[in-house]
Design a protein around this ligand. Structure first.
Ligand code: FCB
Length: 461
């Protein structure tokens, strides 16, 4: 049988990713303020089984064990996020940018000092996301990101964090998935803060992009040798049918989901056709906004999970489009998430064609499966191994075809609080045994990842 070893470039950054609210727990510890996810998850009906991040994976207390776990698996790059309300519990930085004073919580800084130093001592490079959705509740009380001032608050927070950690931490991701934050949180209402309003979602989207762009010069000022970018979620979008109205709906979906958030980063503004579509729901845009948003980045980070098949839907009040699910298609436990590695390849090529030679990192990719501890005490997750193998191969092909892909972070280190889905979705390559003191058990996929990372590639038939 013919086999081939798919080898990745030297210096390719293999890693894994997590987010503060999904793993840390210890929500009332050491002066942490409340976040919008604390508020949201504690409202009955908002999360599966009423689960919250109060304990999550207890990473706040068990971070040393977790760092050792990563080291044991040979993980060299760890993307995690800082909880804004641990650093500035009241949300506000003391600065002229917003004119409100707020205190930095030293104990919050101390925790991340311990974590990051622990990573570095173990040969693990931290990649830090500044905002993975846990906005301080006090800022939500002032309108959250629907209020343009929030971009200024974010800059203050960025200033505090990057001036403190900038001597050691060089890789920064400003915002995680602006589409999910703005639309799931402010149009569909399924994420915190649970708002349902198109105009609000578009304002949030704009202000989040603004916050990203305005924070880049601050990061560069504070961090010698910084590498900074944003993490956009991308989906490969295709029309579910050959009718013209379906093709048009798919095009709108692509513009609203992908291009709305990436075009302006590269100086192209918002897609014209969608600006017309949104009409009176368009956010207030000031002169100079697009210059801030297009502040050059060192890389574009992308989170990829699936393809979206889209058809026209007259009843959809947003863009008259809906996703179509075909029963025969192989998918993840997430009902709507089709396994479609080719979409990753195409999306990477599309980025190169559309935006030129920007270095790209895949900062999230992974699969949710029905994992169980089997009789031998192990967790066998062949579907996840297969998912990853096929997506790694798609990434390899994209590099071969000229994409400047520099790294790959598998979501996620371990099973964690999957937002509104609570603990019902397991994405980890390490199992968390919720019946047994949150014991960590490396799944088969964890061993597979360890071997790929060690060899910087893998064999395919
Ligand atoms: C992404 C999020 C991440 C996780 C994965 C499954 O949209 O960034 O926190 O929930 O999906």
């Amino acid at each position: 049988m013919y086999t081939e070893f798919l080898s990745f470039p030297r210096d390719f950054a293999w890693g894994t990713a997590t987010a503060s609210y999904q793993i840390e727990g210890a929500v009332n510890e050491d002066g942490r303020g409340k976040s919008i996810w604390d508020t949201f998850s504690h409202i009955k009906g908002n999360t599966a089984d009423g689960e919250t991040g109060d304990i999550a994976c207890d990473h706040y207390r068990r971070y040393q064990e977790d760092v050792r776990l990563m080291r044991g698996l040979g993980i060299k790059n760890y993307r995690c996020s800082i909880a804004w309300p641990r650093i500035i519990p009241s949300g506000n930085g003391a600065s002229s940018r917003c004119g409100v004073s707020g205190n930095v919580n030293q104990k919050g800084l101390d925790f991340y000092d311990r974590l990051f130093d622990g990573c570095l001592e173990n040969g693990i490079t931290p990649w830090v996301t500044l905002f993975h959705w846990d906005l301080p509740q006090t800022l939500q009380d002032k309108g959250g990101f629907a209020n343009r001032d929030c971009a200024g608050y974010f800059c203050d927070y960025t200033d505090k964090v990057t001036s403190h950690f900038g001597d050691r931490i060089k890789n920064w991701i400003t915002i995680n998935e602006p589409w999910v934050y703005s639309f799931c949180g402010h149009l569909y209402g399924v994420h915190a803060p649970g708002v349902r309003d198109t105009g609000a979602a578009l304002s949030v989207a704009h202000n989040v992009l603004l916050a990203h762009g305005m924070s880049l010069p601050i990061i560069r000022k504070n961090v010698p040798g910084a590498k900074a970018g944003i993490a956009n979620n991308i989906a490969w979008v295709e029309s579910a049918g050959s009718r013209q109205e379906d093709t048009e709906a798919a095009k709108r979906w692509d513009m609203a989901f992908n291009r709305w958030f990436t075009d302006p980063l590269f100086g192209k503004g918002y897609p014209e056709e969608m600006v017309r579509w949104y009409g009176k729901n368009m956010p207030g845009i000031k002169d100079g906004d697009f210059d801030h948003i297009a502040c050059p980045m060192d890389f574009l980070a992308v989170n990829y999970y699936t393809r979206r098949l889209v058809a026209h839907d007259e009843t959809d009040s947003h863009i008259k489009a809906k996703q179509v699910y075909r029963p025969h298609i192989q998918r993840q436990e997430f009902e709507e998430w089709e396994n479609f590695p080719e979409g990753l390849y195409r999306a990477l090529v599309d980025i190169k064609e559309r935006y030129g030679d920007i270095p790209v990192y895949i900062t999230e990719n992974g699969a949710s499966c029905h994992d169980k501890i089997s009789g031998d005490g192990c967790v066998h997750d062949p579907a996840r191994v297969e998912y990853l193998r096929r997506h790694f191969a798609a990434a390899w092909q994209a590099i071969k075809d000229g994409c400047d892909l520099r790294g790959y972070f598998v979501w996620s280190l371990y099973d964690n609080l999957e937002w509104g889905f609570g603990f019902t979705k397991r994405f980890g390559f390490v199992y968390i045994d919720r019946e047994n003191n949150l014991k960590r058990i490396v799944k088969d996929s964890g061993h597979f990842i360890a071997s790929v990372y060690e060899k910087n590639g893998f064999t395919v038939d």
